[in-house]
Design a protein around this ligand. Sequence first.
Ligand SMILES: NC(=O)c1ccc[n+]([C@@H]2O[C@H](COP(=O)([O-])OP(=O)(O)OC[C@H]3O[C@@H](n4cnc5c(N)ncnc54)[C@H](OP(=O)(O)O)[C@@H]3O)[C@@H](O)[C@H]2O)c1
Length: 269
Amino acid sequence: MDLSRGILVTGAGGQLGAALCAEFQPDARVIPLTRKEWDVTLPPPAGLPEVDVVLHAAAWTDVDGAEASPQDAAAVNVGGTQHVLELGAPVVLFSTDYVFDGHKREPYGESDAPNPLSVYGRTKLQAEAVAGEDAWIVRTSWLHGWAGTNFVRTMLRLGAERDEVSVVDDQRGSPTYVGHLAAAVRELLDLPQGRWHLSGGGDCTWADFAEATFETAGIDCHVRRIATAELDRPAPRPAYSVLRSERADAPELPHWRDGLRASMERLSG
Ligand SMILES: NC(=O)c1ccc[n+]([C@@H]2O[C@H](COP(=O)([O-])OP(=O)(O)OC[C@H]3O[C@@H](n4cnc5c(N)ncnc54)[C@H](OP(=O)(O)O)[C@@H]3O)[C@@H](O)[C@H]2O)c1
């Protein structure tokens, strides 16, 4: 794609937004908009320049909070996507593995039928419908990076404070380093619009991911493997949400263990 007019990034203060800006800023004109600069529940601010593409990374991502505030979550995820489309530029919408119910035991492809279990998942699926055929719809999973909070940063904090942490061992997915996803998005811009599953290679449970985090960081903290039911969280989550692309030309992301190493190097650097 010709990017001579530039790229607008919504949610630029979030973990994916920050990675998208870092990926494209060296060679393109990037307009990073945080929530302060554009609250996407409102129409686009006046005076935004024309761009070649909008990377729409702003979202309500508090999965449990969405259960108590479904209208607020929809205002951001569905209404926000409508407002982004008003710009009239091609859009990359980021969606989630939580559009699936997790009943499969082999990776979900783009043609699998979604059936979200949570309010968050439903709002993201509605956002996909709003974005329509003309958008790139990137479904991804278990993001971690250097901006904002995420599982890896939480484990590093807890591991430094405690000898043991309890982590669920009955949800399986694919952790994805935002730097690797952002590089894949660059490739995607030269591929056709439509749904694309882009996640880190391989899969694991959250408990496996916590253990790998401690191993990589050299932290001596025991992971107690627990069932999701023990946590009693408001939002149901899919037990299995590994994503793989069925499309031969899909950008391939490195294995999640390589993503974890890259993420921790970035965090410590
Ligand atoms: N995190 C994951 O594991 C995961 C997995 C699959 C898919 N995704 C999808 O990937 C995308 C990026 O997620 P992420 O992990 O980067 O999330 P994030 O770190 O929570 O970033 C989301 C950003 O959106 C901003 N935002 C929230 N409400 C807004 C509003 N009304 N107007 C403008 N900005 C608003 C947030 O700002 P504040 O910080 O000020 O609230 C934050 O900077 C989202 O579409 C998400 O659904 C995420």
